[in-house]
Design a protein around this ligand. Sequence first.
Ligand code: CA
Length: 405
Amino acid sequence: MQALVGMILAALLQWPAAAQTILPDAVEGEAKMGSQTGLDAWVQDFRPRALAAGVPAATFDASLRGVEFNAKVVERDRNQNEFSKTIWDYLDTAVSEDRVALGMKAMAKHRALLDRIAAEYGVEAEILAAVWGLESAYGTYRGDLPVLGSLATLAYDGRRAAFFEAELIAALKIIDGGHVETFTGSWAGASGHTQFMPSSWEAFAVDFDGDGKRNLWGEDPGDALASTANYLRHWGWTKGQPWGLEVTLPEGFDYDQTTERVVKPVPDWQAMGIRTATGADLPDHGPGSILLPGGHRGAAFLIFPNFQVIERYNTADAYIIGIGHLADRLKGGPPIAASWPRDLRALTLDERRELQDRLGRAGFDPGGVDGRMGPKTIAAVKAFQTARGLIPDGYPSLEILSLLR
Ligand code: CA
């Protein structure tokens, strides 16, 4: 899975995330006006490729007979970058008091199961519950769109044909193995308690309850939670290491240091005057970086390698912090102590592109004009801020855009 920063915040109209919906950015084929007739023809064209990939003909025919074109899915796919939220707006929803309370209840109800999975996979129960909480509100909202319809529509639509065709083949294998009863999910084909894409099911799903099925969709969340644990373990989860912790920066701190690219041992950060949010000495969990997701007027975090493991689920910093912070709250931890610059609004897609375009013209390479505020764009904003004598926190605000105009 490729790390594409900041792209999923989009799909967050109702729930904050769709696991592993880390879609390739490149346009593989020309988008077209879709129709049911067009999809039917595409299914016939796709059939030999699916059979060659190991899908039995009977399964293919039975599963895709009558598969429905869904124009809304195409619309969502095209527009997913239009929406953007600030980190504080995102966290208000992602780690709301309601979601914390529901999570406590869900954890109490499934305590024994979560403890068994945590022990077997070395991933804390609270992290698993947090993923579950963000992906499906602890199983209560798993998505009700037919997965095959969404994937077939998106593969036929052609904007990311190869990606969705591979997902559809994996989905057909799930059906062929009898793993799923009701195969519904979110618009991009992620499904189940922790919103796995079919390819992630293929690679990482486990049969935790031993019934012979890797069932991420039924009422029992055991297979899904264990599959999530397996996924995180595979990408290097370190039990006992925080994803990150809120810190305070000393007066006069060098903001050039606040980037994921600068990694230092904890004693170095401690020597620079950084402390926890409560003013205590920093616990040493190995090398880490300082992150300012809302700029210098917002909270600061010292992040550890587990941050990059959560990133494998979804690359948006806001999502990672949402998972990590929700897990901390489920452990009984406090809300984020610092305030956010709530007077700032998120840039629109057009404004983000304009910011990148103007940074480039001013000699600060943003790494492309795609509307994504990735590491290169943040570095370009920092360089611009430094050149203008501003605090180089790398935060792409409207003020920065105004100064570039
Ligand atoms: Ca099972």
